[in-house]
Design a protein around this ligand. Structure first.
Ligand SMILES: *[C@@H]1O[C@H](CO)[C@@H](O)[C@H](O)[C@H]1NC(C)=O
Ligand SMILES: *[C@@H]1O[C@H](CO)[C@@H](O)[C@H](O)[C@H]1NC(C)=O
Ligand SMILES: [Cu+2]
Length: 322
């Protein structure tokens, strides 16, 4: 706790930019995939994550980049990870994620054709495979999915449901921060080829577009966590469609408690069949731009900053060029 607090103080003191962020890397079946680095030059960057350009949040549910962040189109050297249905995927946000109030949500969208590369994420239909809202306590002082994400090393694990049909997908990890209004959306996408899948297609009621899946009037997005009502309110309606695999197709805003999807029970041996298309470090010495990551436990990318910046430790898990 002391460790986390000191990390927050450092982050807050250094720059406002550092109070935000996104998914910086993934672990798929034990294989680490470096994410897009928005503060490094796009040139030469390659990976499974769709490119995004700023740590700032999206502030409107109708923002055209809500699907995969700004701009969320495929990179010039876009890769796709192959993953067996039933495999857990861990998404890592920047350390230490600063926003403990709000839900965690994970979506999949199947791409037409033989690849997601080049496919506009705003044209796809998304279904929700994981969500966690208010876990316990009150809206004002309770424990949220995003608080749990912070407690889990600023990471979130979602298992690809074993029932999902095989094919090419975008996976969209999202945290929504409710500490101020309007609500802040932090979505990032990565490209997957899912193999060994099942036959349970999402129902029409479970499919949404982004933008489209949320509305500016959703109770879960307009909620004032500092209001008098919030001090006794113990339910929170998680935004978006009903969960994939759930029997109910009722209005999602009637969802009362948070859930963490456990649709899958894959044996760990399936992770061995997860293959990689590449995860080479994306930089060379002296290449990391201001605010880019340059070190930390588990980080495998470039470590030297472009002049005049130097690599400074923010936490054990995150060093940054400042
Ligand atoms: C809420 O859940 C967390 C994690 O399980 C636990 O540590 C905490 O004590 C719980 N709080 C309440 C008020 O039940
Ligand atoms: C914590 O997260 C970092 C990425 O931010 C990762 O490299 C590291 O392996 C994680 N640590 C543990 C214990 O999972
Ligand atoms: Cu922020």
């Amino acid at each position: 706790m002391v460790f986390k607090l000191s990390g927050l103080i450092v982050l807050a003191a250094v720059s406002k930019t550092l109070a935000h962020g996104g998914v910086l890397s993934y672990n798929i079946g034990g294989q680490i995939y470096q994410g897009w680095q928005p503060y490094n030059t796009p040139t030469g960057q390659t990976g499974i994550e769709r490119p995004w350009s700023t740590y700032n949040p999206i502030l409107s549910p109708t923002d055209p980049t809500l699907a995969c962040n700004d701009d969320g189109t495929s990179g010039a050297l876009q890769l796709t990870a192959t993953v067996k249905a039933g495999t857990p995927i861990i998404a890592y946000w920047n350390q230490v994620w600063p926003h403990p109030y709000g839900p965690m949500l994970t979506y999949l969208a199947q791409c037409p054709g033989s690849t997601c590369t080049g496919v506009n994420a705003a044209t796809l239909k998304w279904f929700k495979i994981d969500q966690s809202g208010l876990i316990n306590g009150t809206v004002f002082a309770g424990y949220w999915g995003s608080g749990k994400m912070i407690d889990q090393n600023s990471s979130w694990t979602t298992t690809i449901p074993a029932t999902v049909p095989s094919g090419n997908y975008l996976i969209r990890f999202e945290t929504i921060a409710l500490h101020s209004l309007p609500a802040q959306f932090y979505p990032e996408c990565a490209q997957l080829t899912i193999t060994g899948g099942g036959t349970l297609a999402p129902t029409a009621a479970q499919l949404v577009t982004f933008p489209g899946g949320y509305s500016a009037t959703d109770p879960g997005l307009t909620i004032d966590i500092y209001s008098n009502a919030a001090q006794t309110e113990t339910t929170y309606p998680i935004p978006g469609p009903p969960l994939y695999g759930s029997a109910s197709t009722s209005n999602p805003t009637t969802t009362i408690t948070s859930t963490h999807s456990t649709t899958s029970t894959s044996p760990t041996s399936t992770s061995k069949s997860s293959s990689t298309t590449s995860t080479a470090p994306t930089g060379v010495p002296g290449s990391v731009a201001e605010f880019g990551q340059c070190g930390g436990i588990g980080y495998t990318g470039a470590t030297a900053c472009v002049a005049p910046y130097t690599c400074k430790v923010s936490s054990a898990y995150y060093s940054q060029c400042l």
